[in-house]
Design a protein around this ligand. Structure first.
Ligand SMILES: Nc1ncnc2c1ncn2[C@@H]1O[C@H](COP(=O)(O)OP(=O)(O)OP(=O)(O)O)[C@@H](O)[C@H]1O
Ligand SMILES: [Mg+2]
Length: 234
């Protein structure tokens, strides 16, 4: 569960304070699939960065799975991030000197998880790239790189997945496949997901849509979820 209490962000812009997020309260249930929408500059990426613990709020408190982020020191925060949170950012951020498979396996090795290679191959299969694991990012298309980034984000079984416009650079066909992939991973692993998107069709796949404007929540709607197959693979 993610709980934000009176969380705000004020930056300084040319010596003047600029309120990027006005104090906001937000509760996201464990396992919920949330889309965050709103115009450019409304604070979506800022909100995700705060929940990820990549950025400090100017006020208020953020709790993720019972941990109060503002009470953790840098080391604790880094550990918490690597254990609990997966990221998918628009710019993929794959390591160019590692193959697709290695990009997925290395974070698991760093964390000392058992059988990283087997799990890496499993994840590659889930994203439909089992034949491309030996390729370097430069040898993969944008959509393929994005699928590697998603597999990597899921590799350490994060309880929270944060994705900032994961389909922003992709054509609609590839984007649609990425969304199907996120949905099926969400279904199979009950991950809490927050996805920033500009695409209303993609947001339609979410259970809840939070809309920001000028640093405020101006919309928060829960939509009936088309029930998919429930037999989760275990
Ligand atoms: N380091 C910074 N210094 C000053 N202003 C900033 C800084 N980072 C972000 N902002 C401002 O904060 C506001 C919110 O930015 P944010 O990146 O969260 O918007 P966004 O909703 O993600 O927009 P987009 O859809 O374009 O990605 C913007 O007005 C932006 O200019
Ligand atoms: Mg943004």
């Amino acid at each position: 569960m993610i709980v934000l209490s009176q969380v705000s962000k004020v930056l300084s812009s040319g010596g003047q304070p600029l309120t990027v997020l006005h104090p906001l309260d937000l509760t996201i249930d464990r396992g919920q699939f949330v889309a965050v929408m709103g115009p450019s500059g409304s604070g979506k990426s800022t909100l995700l960065g705060l929940i990820a613990g990549l950025d400090d709020p100017s006020g208020g408190e953020i709790r993720v799975d019972g941990q109060t982020l503002t009470q953790l020191n840098e080391d604790q925060l880094a550990r918490f991030r690597s254990q609990a949170i997966g990221f998918v950012f628009q710019s993929f951020q794959l390591i160019s000197t590692l193959t697709g498979l290695e990009n997925i396996v290395v974070p698991m090795e760093i964390r000392g998880l058992p059988t990283p290679r087997t799990r890496g191959l499993e994840l590659l299969e889930m994203v439909g790239l089992e034949a491309r694991g030996g390729h370097y990012p430069a040898q993969l298309s944008g959509g393929e790189q994005q699928r590697v980034a998603i597999a990597r984000a899921f590799a350490c079984n994060p309880s929270v997945l944060l994705a900032d416009e994961p389909t922003g650079n992709l054509d609609s066909g590839t984007g649609g496949r990425i969304i199907e992939l996120l949905k099926s991973l969400h279904r199979e692993q009950q991950t809490t997901m927050m996805l920033v998107t500009h695409d209303p069709e993609i947001a339609g796949a979410a259970e809840r849509i939070i809309t920001l404007r000028d640093g405020r929540v101006v919309g928060d709607s829960t939509q009936a979820k088309p029930m998919g197959r429930q037999e989760a693979r275990s």
